[in-house]
Design a protein around this ligand. Structure first.
Ligand code: SF4
Length: 636
């Protein structure tokens, strides 16, 4: 990217004053430090800020840009802004997704969608080998057009989203995944999902294909408040009795070799199942989940199999080899080589390598008994990101100090951009009358919460979403019913059903009952009068389960701020995300009401928040005034 070109393109942009401030801050920050954190509110044009500042800095330094997003709609926003603002820049941009989303062939031969990237990679490699050996029907999408100049220009110059690329691939019989891979070396900017790049091995392969080193990159972390959980999830895993049952079926189909003297693959699986069930019996009691020692599973495996630790290790290594053989056989059969045996043994062998202080092992009753290994410290997973320049951007990163410590980006420069829309357009209230604190949320509090919500919605009569701290709280409250019909985001709903609920909400008048941190609380836009009131029915503090307690202890030991980092930070982020659904443009106005007196302790994160003894009356009054002023001739 030539600087002269960048300057002329950037000079032609009409950035709003706060956008100019933010861009200058990021560019200057990247010159002086390795990471920059920007909290910028809804409607401030975060994508444009991130793109233009990264473009300016990358042009100066001859770097490439990697833009990480969590959802498809965020990826679409990046390509939309590229097309709107940086079309004349000459930037060549590629949308990247894993084969899971981009392989057109596997969808034709399997109804399943849960394949590991490794098994799809093996499947693809074997199909491509067959094509190269003279069998084009092994994958008709893998052909000479994937690496043609025309395809590369269409992808990189056309600012195609992943969806458009899939369509393009289908219409032209070209593999979307392989064609992006073939074009990568000419790309200045790649837009990819977090999951793709936080997986170290996948990221390294991708960087190799792109031909860039981590130190050549500016990485934009979009909606960065998700980073801690995304990193923790990538580094955590589970082994359930149900997955062991699937491994046993595989053994039934692909053979039951002897692994060590007198012990066959089926025996090894049986020992593992027994170990998990014994752990569940000994440790669960009345609990759904209990913490166990990291070594407990292995110790039980030794007891039930009556084998030494060395023999157990030999047994697992040989079972792993059998899993490899099963995957190879599946591959030869033309199937996707997902071996449950292989997946399980690799997880168990990985347990030997874990740093005990950074992980917690638990046993639960889920799926017939589940052994879970959960990462407590995402900062280690994020270490490779520190080799690049990073821009962390989101509307909700406060308390920023907690974000920096949790992610390990403690040396970052940071800035918080204040509200960009008139503050008079948003009334923020909290009720002092109620709390969803676990020890106080009894049946009379549930009824008080239900009747308060009913009173507010029935009085104010505006399009409203109510966010509950959990499905359990929501179910308790809505089971009492309301005097009006309503929609609800139920735990059992699949994505299609959720989309239907959202569409009914957008197009109708019924209020929507949803869950904090659920599929509606983030990433969706409800412009104009599609949404005018948000009720937060209780602070969504994380449930105090064993994992949460371990995280608290971990941060307390590390920083002396266990509560702030493991409880306050996620709760504040969630509430601000929910409230952030409300005001998306200059002309939007609305009311948010937090039904939990404990919010008063966090007022500094909610400028303008005030207490109300009658939120329905105050909200009604606000709307009467705002409706009048918006309808008045001066605002016509
Ligand atoms: Fe799938 Fe593309 Fe590989 Fe063919 S070449 S198997 S379509 S990823």
């Amino acid at each position: 990217m030539a600087m002269q070109n960048a300057e002329s393109v950037l000079n032609g942009l009409k950035l709003r004053p706060h956008q100019k401030v933010a861009v200058d801050f990021i560019v200057d920050g990247l010159r002086r430090a390795d990471s920059v954190i920007l909290e910028s509110p809804t409607g401030s044009g975060k994508t444009l800020i991130a793109l233009t500042s990264a473009y300016r800095y990358a042009s100066e330094e001859g770097r490439k840009i990697l833009y990480l997003t969590r959802t498809n709609s965020q990826q679409q926003a990046v390509f939309r802004d590229l097309g709107l603002f940086l079309r004349g820049s000459g930037i060549r941009a590629a949308p990247l997704q894993g084969r899971q989303n981009m392989c057109l062939l596997y969808r034709e031969i399997s109804q399943e969608t849960e394949f590991s990237s490794e098994s799809l990679s093996r499947f693809c490699n074997s199909r491509k080998k067959m094509v190269r050996e003279g069998n084009p029907s092994a994958c008709r999408f893998f052909n000479s057009r994937i690496s043609s100049r025309e395809t590369s220009d269409r992808i990189l110059g056309g600012f195609m989203t992943a969806e458009e690329l899939l369509l393009f691939g289908r219409e032209n019989t070209i593999c979307p995944y392989e064609s992006v891979k073939a074009s990568l070396k000419s790309a200045d900017l790649v837009v990819a999902p977090y999951a793709f790049f936080l997986n170290y091995n996948i990221a390294e392969r991708f960087l190799d294909q792109w031909g860039v080193d981590r130190s050549d990159l500016v990485v934009i972390l979009d909606e960065a408040h998700n980073l801690p959980d995304l990193a923790r999830n990538i580094a955590s895993f589970q082994i359930s009795v149900r997955s062991l049952d699937a491994a046993e079926s595989e053994i039934g189909r692909y053979g039951d070799p002897e692994l060590i003297h007198g012990i066959h693959a089926s025996d090894a699986v049986e020992y593992m199942r027994d170990s998990i069930q014994v752990l569940a019996r000994d440790f669960l009691g009345d609990n759904d989940e209990s913490r166990i020692k990291h070594t407990a599973f292995m110790e039980n495996l030794m007891i039930v199999s009556k084998q030494s630790s060395a023999k157990i290790h030999e047994m697992l290594v040989n079972l792993d080899i059998h899993g490899e053989n099963v995957a190879s056989t599946m591959e030869k059969e033309g199937r996707i080589p997902r071996s449950h045996i292989l997946a399980i043994t690799q997880k168990i062998l990985a347990m030997d390598e874990l740093d005990e202080d950074l992980y917690i092992s638990t046993i639960s009753s889920d799926n017939g008994g589940t052994l879970s290994v959960s990462c407590l410290d995402p900062s280690r997973v994020l270490d490779p990101l520190r080799l690049s320049k990073t821009v962390h951007i989101s509307g909700t990163l406060s308390p920023v100090d907690s974000y920096m410590k949790i992610t390990g980006f403690t040396e970052s420069r940071y800035r918080i951009i204040g509200p960009v829309f008139p503050e008079r357009n948003h009334l923020m209230l909290y009720s002092t009358e109620i709390t969803t604190k676990y020890d106080r949320f009894d049946s009379s509090e549930i009824e008080r919460m239900r009747s308060m919500i009913e009173h507010i919605i029935a009085t104010v009569k505006r399009k409203c979403i109510v966010f509950f701290p959990s499905h359990a709280v929501m179910e308790k409250v809505i089971s009492g019913g309301f005097v009006f019909p309503f929609l609800a985001e139920l735990k059992s709903m699949n994505q299609e059903e959720i989309s239907e609920v959202i569409s009914d909400f957008r197009n109708g008048e019924m209020p929507l009952m949803a869950v904090s941190g659920g599929r509606i609380s983030e990433g969706l836009d409800f412009p104009g009068r599609q949404l005018q009131m948000v009720i937060v029915a209780g602070i969504p503090y994380p449930r105090p389960d064993v994992r949460q307690k371990a995280m608290f202890q971990f941060y307390e030991k590390m920083y002396g701020s266990g509560w702030e980092m493991s409880v306050t930070f996620p709760a504040i982020v969630r509430i601000r995300q929910e409230i952030g659904r409300l005001i998306r443009s200059e002309s939007d106005y609305g009311v948010s009401i937090i039904l939990d007196s404990r919010i008063s302790a966090h007022r500094k994160y909610f400028p303008g928040l005030r207490s109300s003894s009658d939120p329905a009356k105050d909200a009604l009054h606000f709307f009467m005034e705002r409706d009048y002023s918006m309808d008045s001739p001066g605002n016509a």
